[in-house]
Design a protein around this ligand. Sequence first.
Ligand SMILES: NC(=O)c1ccc[n+]([C@@H]2O[C@H](COP(=O)([O-])OP(=O)(O)OC[C@H]3O[C@@H](n4cnc5c(N)ncnc54)[C@H](OP(=O)(O)O)[C@@H]3O)[C@@H](O)[C@H]2O)c1
Length: 386
Amino acid sequence: MTIATRKIAILGSTGSIGESTVRVALASQGRIEVLGLSSHRRLKRLVEQAQQLTPEWIVATGGEAANFDWSGLPGSTRLLVGDEGISRLVRQPEIDIVVSAIVGSAGLAGTWNAVDAGKTVALANKETLVMAGPLVMELAARRKSRIIPIDSEHSAVFQALQAGRRADLKRIILTASGGPFRTWTAEAIASATIDDALAHPTWNMGRKITVDSATMMNKALEIVEARWLFDLAPEEIEVVVHPQSIVHSMVEFVDGSVVAQMSPPDMKLPIQYALTFPERREGPAARFDWTASHRLEFEPPDLQRFPALTLGYEVARAGGTSGAVLNAANEAAVEEFLSGQLSFAEIVPACRSVLEHHSFDSKPSLDDLLKVDRWARKEISRWVCT
Ligand SMILES: NC(=O)c1ccc[n+]([C@@H]2O[C@H](COP(=O)([O-])OP(=O)(O)OC[C@H]3O[C@@H](n4cnc5c(N)ncnc54)[C@H](OP(=O)(O)O)[C@@H]3O)[C@@H](O)[C@H]2O)c1
C-alpha cells in the first residue's frame, strides 16, 4: 500500500531546512505537494520558489513586503502578509502537514496554530519545545495533532523507537558533532571569531544554529526538546560526541540493546521521513558508499569547555519559565555575537546570568512565556551595554 499525496505548507521556506524541504518535494514526483510557503526577508527567493512550485498561498512576514514588486508571482498564488498570514495559512483545511522551519522563537506562533488546528507538524523549530514544551505537547494531545521531529537527532530517536516498546526504553543517547571547536583549547575558544564559529565541520545550516553548535547550546536545546517531545526524565537523556555525524542518535532498551539510526549528514532524509511517515520512499538524500572505509568515533562531552550542556540539563529539570528564558537569552546573545557586540566566550555566561536572575514560575501560561522571552532579551542588551 502506498501513501496518498501529502499536501504541505513550509514555514521558513527560504532557510536551510526550507530549501531542503523544497528539494524533497520536487524529487517526490508529485507525492508531496507544496500548497504554502513563507519567508521573512528573502522575498526574491520566495517568488522564485513560487514560480517553481505554484503554491496556493505564500506569506511574507517581514516589513519589506509592502514595497516589494510581486508581479513575478504565478497568477493562481495568493499573497498573505505579516504574522497573521502564517496563522491563516496553517489553518487551511487542504493542508495535511505544516513544516515548522522558521528560526528561533518567531517559529512558535505558527507551530502553535498548526497544532491547534490539528495538523501534523514536521518540527524543525526546536525553540518551540524549548520555550513551551509542556503547553505544546498538551495542546497536541487535545487537538490530536501529531508532532514528528525533523531535527536529525530527534528523528533518529523517533525512528529507533520503532524497534521496541516505549515501556522497554532505558534511555536515549543524543549524538553531537562537537562543532568547530571540539579539539580547541579553552583559551583558543575564548577568542574565537565569527568566521571560526560559522565554520561547521559536518553540517551546512543557518547562522543561528551554526553558532549554537559551536557553543554546544544546540545540544542543550535538544536535551530540552527531547525531554518534552518524548516525555523523558532528564536522567534518561545522555549526550555523546560523535565527530563524523553519521550516527544521528541512539535508543537503549532495558536489555542493553542499542538501536542507532545512521546516514550521511543530510537533512533531506529526516525531512522526507517526517513527510512520508510511516512509509519510507526513495529520495534525494545522500547515501553511504559502503565500498569506502568509514570510522565511527564516540567520546564524552567536555563540560568544562562546553558549559552550555549543563544549562540544558538544568533547564530540562526545572521546566516552567526556564526554557523560554534560556532560549530568548541565547537568541539575543547569538545576535549580539554575530553583530560583533559580544565575544564568543560571553554567550553562555550571559545566558546563565539571565537564567539565574529571572523570577521562576513553574506553571506559566503562553502569555507568561512570551513576557519572560521579552524580559530575557532586554537583560542581554543590558549585559552588552555594561
Ligand atoms: N539547518 C539545519 O540543518 C537544522 C537542523 C536541525 C534543526 N534546525 C532548526 O530549524 C529551524 C530553521 O533553521 P535554519 O538553519 O533553516 O534557519 P535559516 O536558514 O536561518 O532559515 C530561517 C527561516 O526562517 C525565516 N525567518 C527568519 N526570521 C523570521 C521571522 N521573524 N518571522 C518569520 N520567519 C522568519 C527566514 O526567512 P528569510 O530567509 O526570508 O528571512 C528563513 O526562511 C531552526 O529552529 C533550527 O534550530 C535546523
